[in-house]
Design a protein around this ligand. Sequence first.
Ligand code: UDP
Length: 238
Amino acid sequence: DARTSGKRRVLLKLSGEVFGGGDVGVDPATVRGIAEQIAEAADQVEIAIVVGGGNFFRGAELSKNGMDRRRADYMGMLGTVMNCLALQDFLEQAGVQTRVQTAITMAQVAEDYIPLRAVRHMEKGRVVIFGAGAGMPYFSTDTVAAQRALEIAADEVLMAKSGVDGVYTADPKKDPTAQKLATLTYDEALLKNIRVMDQTAMTMCKDNNLPMLVFGMEGAGNVTKALLGERIGTTVSV
Ligand code: UDP
């Protein structure tokens, strides 16, 4: 891993629910707000982003309602690309150079996923947005976040959450004595079935010693802080 810039390099995972502001589809004002926070950090950190698509389609849900799982998963992956384009648009408006790379070829819309080129973009100060998941049914964008982070040699995965600002000793909505944890190991998270990301993704992070920050989107400037390495939320590591 020849890191030329000496900068911290991170992989930010934004789930689809973040884009919709709680609804189906894309909420432009919400995406603009996130883009502006990313722009604040973009000259100090190398940033790649994996985008989810749950605000459009989740394959597992469509298949429960009668669709073929594989085709439904492709619909899910295509949904992520729309989120990528919305994020790209608002990042460019905020003065950040961006490239979208997709795991499913769609040359008019985005570059193909080419890891070395993605790294080169980051070294040039561009934010790289990864869409279309892994290009394979039965995967999740969480797993893709772990895989892309490893392949581009990111220092950390940043899991942005809405409605919760870290990992707690119990469900803070049900138990008033629940306390936020500053740190947690992957073994504890896996053992206690704490769903900060899916189990496949967590196992991949654990096996490859890749740390992760779980943080809440809600606090002012939280995305910028997480990108810059502030220990908001919960750090999960081996
Ligand atoms: N998906 C897939 N393969 C992948 C990534 C995603 O099939 O590599 C599909 C899957 O149907 C998933 C949907 O795309 O439900 C949206 O992704 P995800 O649920 O991970 O998005 P998020 O929960 O982060 O919004």
